[in-house]
Design a protein around this ligand. Structure first.
Ligand code: OGA
Ligand code: ZN
Ligand code: ZN
Length: 400
């Protein structure tokens, strides 16, 4: 494994391929087309916006490095067989190191959590988050690794949730409107608009794509009951993977159908309850009892799939996974809807009012904002949830 503190010491062409030797002795071979396609010169990329100026098919069919050497500041200079010249800075070479450890360190950092996170909730003060980029970045960092965050001191004016959504990203308008009211009403179109308890779920899995981020803003919570429940869907998925790999495999490969219908709307989407990426890391959990429709799968699979579904449902109900707290007026809960599952206990609308407003935004705008803030702000260690690049990669760690 290559140590991430290593620097480039020498470059040579061996058997037609550029090899770098690093100060700690490791050697890495740089793919010819890979390196050439990353040429930063002004013929290859627009100097103003960095976008590529050629098409991939424009690269020569036969390509090899003719010369490769380290110049000043350990910049790698290459003369290619077609006469093109490229230069790659040492910083670029380090940042694009393809060794396993460096690649692992670049993966999104995820901290799994359980109910005991109650003692260390990712809370931000909304007036500070809006005005102080350091407070904003600190809150976004925790949101990003934990999959949810709380904002306090959000004005309890109705409609504010959409302003918060538009400040964190862009509100996504749906058939429920720009925002929706969560309160107990007669003839509800959705169980959310009653007083019953709701098991933990992700919202709107019947949409393509499902909302990336959900906001729930509390305006009134006098009614007894109605406590908020949150479960880290990624932590639950990892438990299932550990306890029953076959069940995990079924839930990541066999999609189920989710459905919502009212007089004007009829929405269907098929998706797996658990999604994984190309290296098997969990990237999404969608679970919603209310909108779960039928399983359209090969007959020989259905019973095993149901066993896995029930098993996952039971894991989601384990008390130690559950974060329970009371959302107070002026607090806004912001959740990655494909990770952090939410629910509530039943409440009694005859003994007091309870009124939340919610809206959806996409996840990319929040990630973008975090990346932009990181360009100019380095958080002090205690506020940063990211290990320095030189620490061993911890793509998945458990929150203390
Ligand atoms: C919802 C929902 C939870 C609550 O409206 O999507 O899950 O606390 N509400 O009322
Ligand atoms: Zn070039
Ligand atoms: Zn919900």
């Amino acid at each position: 494994m290559q140590n991430l503190n290593s620097e480039v010491r020498s470059a040579a062409i061996i058997n037609g391929v550029i090899q770098l030797t690093w100060t700690l002795g490791q050697v890495s071979a740089l793919g010819t087309y890979w390196l050439r396609d990353n040429c930063p010169c002004s013929l290859c990329r627009h100097p103003g916006n960095g976008q590529k100026l050629y098409e991939i098919v424009d690269l020569p069919r036969e390509l090899s490095p003719r010369e490769a050497f380290l110049a000043e500041n350990q910049t790698l200079k290459v003369v290619w067989s077609d006469g093109h010249r490229s230069a790659y800075t040492q910083d670029w070479l380090i940042a694009h190191n393809l060794c396993e450890q460096a690649r692992a360190a670049r993966r999104p950092q995820v901290q799994l959590w359980r109910g005991e996170i109650a003692g260390n909730l990712p809370v931000g003060d909304w007036p500070a988050v809006v005005t102080d980029p350091v407070a904003e970045l600190a809150w976004l960092e925790r949101f990003s690794v934990l999959g949810f965050g709380l904002l306090k001191n959000v004005p309890t004016e109705p409609g504010t949730v959409a302003d918060v959504g538009d400040r964190l990203g862009f509100v996504r308008v749906t058939n429920y409107g720009r925002l929706f009211d969560v309160k107990s009403v007669p003839n509800p179109t959705n169980l959310a608009y009653t007083a019953v308890g709701l098991g933990v779920h992700s919202d709107n899995p019947y949409r393509h794509p499902s909302p990336g981020v959900q906001l729930l803003h509390c305006l009134e919570s006098e009614a007894p009951g109605g406590d908020t429940l949150l479960v880290d869907g990624f932590a639950a998925a990892e438990i299932l993977r550990q306890e029953d790999t076959v069940a995990f495999e079924l839930l990541t490969t066999v999609p189920m159908t989710f459905h919502y219908a009212d007089a004007q709307t009829d929405l269907y989407a098929q998706q797996t309850l658990i999604s994984v990426d190309h290296v098997g890391a969990v990237t999404g959990v969608h679970f919603n009892n209310r909108s779960a429709d039928w399983l359209d799968a090969p007959a020989e699979v259905t019973e095993d799939w149901y066993a896995a579904y029930i098993q996952f449902g039971r894991i989601l109900k384990r008390p130690e996974l559950e974060l329970v707290f009371r959302l107070e007026p002026g607090q806004c809960l912001v959740m990655q809807n494909d990770r952090t599952l939410h629910g509530r206990t039943a409440f009694d609308p005859n003994l007091g009012r309870r009124h939340l407003q919610g809206c959806y935004i996409d996840r990319d705008a929040m990630e973008s904002r975090r990346t932009v803030l990181r360009r100019s702000i380095t958080l002090p260690n205690h506020l940063s949830s990211h290990p320095a690049l030189s620490e061993p990669a911890r793509a998945m760690s458990v929150a203390a």
